[in-house]
Design a protein around this ligand. Structure first.
Ligand SMILES: Cc1cc2nc3c(=O)[nH]c(=O)nc-3n(C[C@H](O)[C@H](O)[C@H](O)COP(=O)(O)O)c2cc1C
Length: 209
């Protein structure tokens, strides 16, 4: 298996897949990497659907603006953010888990104060737009864990963010609380692994205050 550094350097968006099957065991490892991702207040909003069915993949291709490789990949993982993951109930449960597992004892600053935390936990749920931003950001972390683990295991992936979100939820009969975050085709790359894609230099991304 590749190291984290190797996986980061070797990952490419793969848009052409061999028809070879991907063993369930590998998909399990990829999902496990997503499950272990960090999240704000440990809310873990990510949810995944693993799709192998040919007819469903055909429909997914249509929903993803006819991107061919979505149907071509032997496995597609549809990734969602669950708005319920940050409900008052869910926040209370996560907070209790953090207390029980000893995490709160490691916090500092205002977060070390149980009264401050209790107030935070009982705040009303933020407005939908704010909530979406927060939960999608957290879900993206898990998705990139998934993508990097797939790379480490020799699998190709491509983030797909171009899709009809309502159609995706309709296809799987999902409620509006599940926000589609990305569709990730997974499989063995067909042909040569493409060279690294253009990136800004370190100088360009470092802000000078
Ligand atoms: C959030 C997100 C959405 C993306 N959506 C698509 C997409 O719908 N179709 C596609 O072909 N590539 C998509 N990409 C892949 C990018 O085009 C790609 O990451 C970028 O060009 C850099 O290439 P690389 O991934 O090979 O390094 C997406 C990437 C991200 C992170």
């Amino acid at each position: 298996m590749l190291s984290v550094k190797e996986a980061i350097e070797m990952r490419r968006s793969i848009r052409h897949f061999r028809p070879d099957n991907v063993p369930d065991e590998l998909i399990k490892q990829v999902l496990e990497a997503a499950r272990l991702a960090p999240s704000g207040s440990n809310c873990q909003p990510w949810r995944f659907l693993v799709i192998r069915d040919k007819e469903v993949k055909k429909e997914l291709r249509r929903i993803c603006l006819e991107q061919r490789f979505v149907e071509e990949a032997p496995v597609v993982i549809a990734c969602f953010a669950d708005l319920e993951a940050y409900s008052k109930e869910a926040r209370k449960k996560s907070h209790q888990e953090l207390i029980d597992s000893g995490v709160t004892a490691t916090l500092s600053g205002r977060f070390a104060d149980p009264k401050y935390r209790a107030r935070q936990v009982s705040l009303p749920t933020p407005p939908r737009q704010e909530l979406l931003r927060f939960l999608i950001a957290n879900t993206f972390i898990a998705i990139e864990h998934l993508v990097l683990m797939a790379t480490a295991l020799g699998l190709g992936t491509c983030w797909v963010g171009a899709f009809d979100a309502s159609a995706l939820n309709r296809l799987f009969g999902l409620s509006d609380n599940l926000i589609p975050a990305a569709v990730i085709p997974v499989g063995y790359a067909a042909g040569e692994i493409p060279p690294q894609r253009p990136r800004r230099s370190l100088q360009e991304i470092l802000l000078k205050p």
